[in-house]
Design a protein around this ligand. Structure first.
Ligand code: ADP
Ligand code: ADP
Length: 223
């Protein structure tokens, strides 16, 4: 379970640039929130702050009513794919996918079943035994996404996870992510440039401009 709330969140970078201003946002458990808006409007900065990768300058972020630093990792499963992801270079695609579940002590059968499922959804089955250096950028990016999806975390934070993928693969992955979310009903924060992705995936769309939220609502309400 994961609800997220932001109250009057601001972020000013050390160079004085005010990237995020006056953000109030409530995300209920099970919502799929999609952040859209022009490049540089602060989308990544917001989700990086929720993910604990960046400090807020002022204001408050709470997950399940608690500040990030008060949360015991054992009570919240969180996974993220940010722009600066890295795969394990010496592990195969299958081993990269399995790593997080192995670390968490899942049984072998469950790990194998989930790996196969994620590999099928993300079109990775043909490259299961390859290592990252022999993969295309699109394939690597899908492995990074797969490593997060396979955990079925309470809170999933994704920064443009499908940018740069081939059109057909992207459409198919969007469909399978929508289907999986309907089953698992975890909480997802998702940044994209694509209103089309937002339409299919979002329960709530947050539209940003120059560091501020200018609109939020369902696709029907906004478009
Ligand atoms: P988006 O994800 O919407 O493209 P970002 O959140 O990545 O936007 O960035 C918002 C703005 O903050 C951009 O103008 C970016 O250049 C700036 N920015 C991001 N990180 C830093 C940083 N570490 N120092 C200074 N400015 C930054
Ligand atoms: P994107 O547009 O893909 O979101 P950005 O260029 O905003 O990527 O950010 C990439 C990285 O560079 C981030 O780690 C961000 O913190 C950093 N960054 C972005 N803009 C600046 C900046 N003006 N000064 C310093 N670091 C920055």
């Amino acid at each position: 379970m994961a609800s997220v709330s932001l109250k009057q969140v601001h972020k000013t970078f050390p160079n004085g640039f005010e990237a995020v201003k006056n953000i109030d946002l409530d995300v209920e458990d099970g919502e799929f929130v999609v952040f859209v808006g022009p490049s540089g409007c602060g989308k990544s900065t917001i989700i990086r702050m929720v993910a604990g990768q960046e400090m807020v300058t002022s204001g408050e972020i709470k997950i399940n009513g608690k500040q990030l630093k008060e949360i015991n990792p054992k009570e919240l499963s969180m996974a993220m794919v940010l722009q600066n992801y890295a795969l394990y270079p010496k592990l195969t695609v299958e081993e990269n996918l399995a790593f997080g579940l192995e670390k968490r002590g899942y049984p072998k059968e469950e790990i194998e079943a989930r790996s196969r499922e994620v590999a099928a959804d993300l079109h990775l089955a043909d490259i299961y035994n390859k290592k990252p250096k022999s993969l295309s950028a699109s394939q690597r990016q899908r492995v990074a996404l797969g490593r997060a999806l396979i955990l079925k975390p309470d809170l999933l934070i994704l920064d443009e996870p499908l940018a740069g993928l081939e059109k057909e693969i992207r459409e198919s992955v969007v469909q399978s992510m929508a289907k999986k979310h309907a089953e698992i009903k975890n909480t997802i924060l998702y940044v994209t440039h694509s209103v089309k992705e937002a339409k299919i995936l979002a329960s709530q769309i947050v539209v940003m401009k120059r560091g501020e939220v200018i609109q939020k609502g369902t696709y029907k309400e906004l478009y």
